[in-house]
Design a protein. Structure first.
Length: 165
């Protein structure tokens, strides 16, 4: 039997991959495909965000915290631009989000218990252990995914049929 620390790291990686890549991404894609361009970029109130902007924001957050912060890639995030950006081709937005989420899952897959406990600086100001960063991204991703689901359901008045995906 594998040591507990090895099983725990593998379990965290499985949970991250399942929730982000296998559950949320197909649901977000389904939402994006249901919306026309106007709906995709419609802001919900003066300070609200569009589904398109939330997708850009998720990609930026995952790239900064996991791909750069944990994986060591350069951090070139433009967080304000994620919310200021106007309409972009939906295929480009979704492809970037999926590519980044899959890259992040691959990075998390390779972490062992020692890696998860290592303390790093994220966003140039937050001291967190890598486990905290993984959990932050998981929570952040699923939270905004549920906003996307709710906005889509409200705009389309559709049963999103997520249990059929």
């Amino acid at each position: 039997m594998e040591p507990t620390a090895v099983r725990l790291a593998a379990g965290i990686a499985r949970a991250f991959r399942f929730h982000v890549v296998e559950e949320c991404l197909p649901r977000i894609r389904s939402c994006v495909e249901r919306l026309d361009d106007e709906q995709l970029w419609r802001r919900h109130g003066e300070k609200g965000n569009s589904v398109g902007n939330l997708c850009l924001h998720l990609e930026g957050n995952v790239r900064q915290w996991i791909v750069a912060g944990v994986g060591g890639e350069p951090d070139a995030r433009d967080r304000p631009g994620e919310f200021a950006s106007g309409p972009q081709p939906r295929a480009v937005v979704m492809d970037r989000l999926e590519e980044t989420a899959r890259a992040a899952a691959g990075i998390v897959d390779r972490l062992d218990a020692e890696d998860l406990l290592e303390v790093r600086t994220f966003q140039g100001r937050y001291e967190r252990d890598v486990l905290g960063a993984v959990l932050h991204v998981l929570e952040h991703f699923t939270g905004h995914a549920y906003q996307i689901y709710a906005f889509t359901k409200a705009m389309t008045d559709d049963d999103l049929g997520f249990w059929d995906l």
